[in-house]
Write a protein that binds this ligand. Structure first.
Ligand code: FAD
Ligand code: NAP
Length: 338
C-alpha cells in the first residue's frame, strides 16, 4: 500500500483549495480498501473517503488518512423484462459512465450528463439534473460498513434517497463506504425532455422527437453555456439546496414577491429556487477576498484563484443569514464543508 504524506489536495477538489491531506492513498478494490482502513485504525487516525472532490469544501488541512476511491469496474448485464443492469465501481467517472451507457444502448442517464464526480459519490446526494435523479435508476449499492468490516448490498429502499439526500448523509450511514452502484437502465430509446431549459433548447433547434444521444448533447451544451467550468474557475456547482417550504411559507413569500419561482412537491410543500432568492437579495456577482458569487449563476460560489475554503464558508454563512432575514427561509449548503 502506497501512502503519501502531507499530500496536496489542490487538484482533488474542484474549488482548487490548496489544503494538505496528512496521509493519502488510493484503493482500487476491497482488499486494498481494507488494508488502508486497518492502517488508519492501527494509528488511531480518522479516515476521509474522497471521490473527485466536486462536492467537498476543505476549510483546513485534512487530518488522518484520505482514501481516494479508485474502484474502476464496469459491467453491462444482459437485458431482462424491466431493463438492463449496469454495475459501476465507485471510482468510475460519472460523465464517462453516462457516455459508456449511451454507447451500449442503455438509456436514461443522458439528463445527468456532465455532472462532475465519481459513481460512488452519486448516491450520497442522489445527484439530479434536468428532470432526472439517480434514484430513478439506482437498484442497489454495494457497501463496506466501517464499523463491522462487512461488505453487503443495500437495496433501493434502504438507501433512503431524497432530494439531494440519502442514508449516507445521515448519522446511520456515515460509516458506509460505497464500493459500487447497481443501475437499471432502459433498453428502449425514449428520453425524458420536459425540463423547461432542455425542452426549449430542443425546440429552438427544431427537434420534435429527440433520441437519447441528442438529449445528451443538448444537456452538455446547456451546461457548458450556463455553468462555470471548474477547470477555469473553482466551484462545487450549486452551493445551496433549493429550499422546500410549507404552503404557508410560500404564501408569505408570494405576498411580497409574486414573481418568485416555485414548484409543487408531492407532499404539499413547495420548492423555491435558491438562486432566485440569492440574486434577489443582491449577491449575484459579489466578490470578497479571493472568492465570490458567480456573475451569471447566483447559486454557484466561486474561487477566483488563491481563495480558501474558510473564505467560502464565511461567505456562505453571510448569504444564509441575509436570506433568512429577508425571506425567512433557511438555505442549506449542498456540498460537505470540512
Ligand atoms: P466528493 O466531493 O469526492 O465527495 C462528496 C461526499 O461524498 C463526501 O462527503 C465524501 O466523503 C463522500 N464520498 C465520496 N465517495 C464516496 C464513497 N465511495 N463512499 C462513501 N462516501 C463517499 N450535483 C448534482 O446533483 N447535480 C448537478 O447537476 C451537479 N452539477 C455540478 C456541476 C459542477 C460544475 C460541480 C463542480 C458540481 C456539481 N454537482 C452536481 C455536485 C457534484 O458533482 C456531485 O455531488 C457529485 O456526485 C460529487 O462527486 P465527487 O466524487 O466529486 O464527490
Ligand atoms: P434552472 O433550470 O434555472 O431552474 C432553477 C431551479 O428550479 C432548479 O434548481 C430546479 O430544481 C428548479 N426547477 C426548474 N424547473 C423545475 C420543475 N419543472 N420542477 C421542479 N423544479 C424545477 O436550473 P439550472 O441552474 O439551470 O440547473 C439545471 C439543472 O441542473 C437543475 O436540475 C439543477 O439541479 C442541475 N444542476 C445542479 C447543480 C448542483 O451542483 N447540484 C449544478 C448545476 C446544475 P432541481 O435542482 O431540483 O432540478
Amino acid at each position: 500500500m502506497q501512502v503519501s504524506h502531507n499530500y496536496s489536495l489542490k487538484t482533488h477538489n474542484t474549488f482548487g483549495f490548496d489544503v494538505l491531506a496528512e496521509h493519502f492513498t488510493r484503493s482500487a478494490n476491497v482488499a486494498e480498501l481494507q488494508r488502508a482502513l486497518a492502517w488508519a485504525k492501527s494509528r488511531q487516525l480518522p479516515v476521509f473517503i474522497l471521490g473527485a472532490g466536486s462536492n467537498s469544501v476543505f476549510t483546513a488541512d485534512v487530518a488522518g488518512l484520505v482514501i481516494q476511491m479508485d474502484f474502476r469496474q464496469l459491467e453491462f448485464l444482459a437485458p431482462n423484462r424491466t431493463g438492463a443492469a449496469v454495475i459501476a465501481g465507485a471510482g468510475v467517472d460519472w460523465h464517462w459512465l453516462v457516455q459508456q451507457c449511451l454507447q451500449k444502448q442503455r438509456y436514461g442517464l443522458e439528463n445527468l450528463a456532465l455532472i462532475p464526480g465519481s459513481a460512488g459519490a452519486a448516491p450520497i446526494q442522489n445527484i439530479g439534473a434536468y428532470g432526472r435523479e439517480l434514484s430513478d435508476f439506482l437498484t442497489a449499492v454495494e457497501i463496506l460498513d466501517r464499523t463491522t468490516g462487512d461488505v453487503r448490498l443495500l437495496n433501493h429502499e434502504q438507501c433512503l434517497l431524497g432530494y439531494r439526500d440519502s442514508l449516507f448523509k445521515s448519522d446511520q450511514g456515515r460509516d458506509l463506504i460505497v464500493l459500487a452502484i447497481h443501475l437499471n437502465l432502459a433498453v428502449q430509446d425514449k428520453p425524458l425532455c420536459h425540463y423547461a431549459s432542455l425542452a426549449q433548447s430542443l425546440d429552438s433547434a427544431g427537434i420534435d422527437n429527440p433520441d437519447s444521444q441528442t438529449v445528451f448533447e443538448h444537456v452538455c451544451a446547456i451546461r457548458r453555456q450556463k455553468l462555470p467550468d471548474p477547470a477555469e474557475i473553482g466551484n462545487a456547482g450549486s452551493f445551496f439546496k433549493n429550499p422546500v417550504v410549507s404552503a404557508d411559507q410560500l404564501k408569505s413569500l408570494l405576498s411580497n414577491h409574486p414573481e418568485a419561482p416555485h414548484y409543487p412537491q408531492n407532499d404539499g410543500c413547495h420548492k423555491i429556487a435558491a438562486g432566485w432568492l440569492i440574486e434577489k437579495a443582491g449577491w449575484k456577482g459579489y466578490r470578497r477576498d479571493r472568492v465570490g458569487v458567480h456573475a451569471d449563476q447566483a447559486l454557484v460560489l466561486v474561487n477566483h484563484g488563491g481563495g480558501s475554503g474558510q473564505q467560502i464558508a464565511t461567505l456562505a454563512a453571510d448569504i444564509q443569514r441575509d436570506i433568512e432575514q429577508k425571506f425567512h427561509i433557511a438555505l442549506e449548503a449542498e456540498p460537505g464543508i470540512y
